[in-house]
Design a protein around this ligand. Structure first.
Ligand code: ZN
Ligand code: ZN
Length: 327
């Protein structure tokens, strides 16, 4: 048997159930899950802020596991350690898939939403969307790379090459991407939840040049900003902080409404854009980069049975780095 934390109805707590170990179908691998990081997107799906997939599902899309068995056509050796990210399947033939933008595929299926995810002892995954992980990181510390790292990396690329980068919301994604940006030679300014001294200290400890409350003006003009916090009111604030030509990247899948703001904030060829999901290319790039950067991953392990408590802590902002469920 296999334990799984099931979301039966959005808005209700997850329920720990026992189910038979699933069998891998064609192209699939069966993984014994060892670690699965908890992402803010899990909160959005569990709280019903994203559309329900229409059936009970198991959340979790930052999965590290070991291959137990492979279905027909999945040429993966048992015992291989793999990571499973949010992007679980794409159609391969739409205009986005054919132009290197499979992250926008309208048929895409996502791990821990349409496809059962890693808050479980076992998971099935399409082997074409799984990745080998840097050998220098153990399972708990590799798990947060799979969304916080990969989508953070896509957001960093979308922000452009400017030297001074503002990060709004300093959680799991920002703590990894700040290290990458600093390694690239950039200056990172961390804008944290007002009054969150622990988050400010965490950012400064990782090499941020400045850390302050997100409701305060930036201490210097920014070349770009990335919003990891799901707070729409930060968009006009970040626009006010970026220089002409600067970009504001919204990296979350869900955000509260963006309040109206004067056109002058956007004037000067400032850009507001979102980043949606990830491509497999993003994953390969970031996982190759991570060992070169020497990422320090802040991860706290909790048992699978504590999934609801972990989500509660994330909801309340009581996390420095990433929470990771272990089996
Ligand atoms: Zn497609
Ligand atoms: Zn995620």
């Amino acid at each position: 048997m296999s334990r799984a934390q099931l979301c039966e109805r959005p808005g209700e707590p997850l329920r720990l159930v026992e189910r038979p170990v699933p069998e891998p179908g064609p192209g699939q691998v069966l993984l014994r899950v060892s670690a699965c990081a908890v992402c803010r997107t899990d909160l959005h799906v569990v709280d019903g802020e994203l559309a329900s997939p229409g059936h009970a599902f198991v959340p979790g899309h930052e999965i590290v596991g070991t291959v137990l068995a492979a279905g027909a056509g999945a040429d993966v050796r048992p015992g291989t350690r793999l990571g499973v990210p949010w992007l679980g399947w794409t159609c391969g033939h739409c205009e986005w898939c054919r132009s290197g933008r499979e992250n926008l595929c309208p048929e895409a299926r996502f791990t821990g939403w349409q496809i059962d995810g890693g808050y479980a002892d076992h998971v099935l995954a399409d082997h074409r969307y799984c990745f080998e992980l840097p050998a220098g990181l153990d399972d708990v510390h590799a798990a947060p790379l799979l969304c916080a790292g990969l989508i953070g990396w896509r957001a960093l690329k979308a922000a452009g090459a400017g030297r001074t980068l503002g990060l709004y919301g300093f959680g799991a994604a920002a703590h990894l991407i700040a290290q990458v940006a600093i390694w690239q030679g950039r200056r990172v300014l961390a804008f944290t939840r007002p009054g969150d001294a622990a988050a400010r200290a965490f950012a400064l400890g990782l090499g941020a040049a400045w850390a302050g409350d997100s409701d305060q003006p930036a201490p210097e003009p920014l070349d770009a900003a990335i919003l990891f916090a799901p707070v729409g009111a930060l968009v006009p604030r970040a626009l006010a902080a970026v220089k002409p030509g600067g970009t504001v990247v919204c990296a979350g899948i869900h955000m509260s409404d963006i309040p109206a703001f004067p056109y002058a904030r956007l004037w000067g060829e400032r850009v507001v854009r979102s980043v949606a999901n990830l491509t497999r290319r993003d994953a390969l790039e970031f996982l190759a980069l991570a060992p070169r950067v020497g990422l320090r991953v802040a991860a706290e392990a909790l048992p699978l049975a504590a999934a609801n408590a972990a989500l509660g802590r994330l909801r309340r902002g009581e996390v420095a780095g990433a929470l990771v469920l272990v089996t």
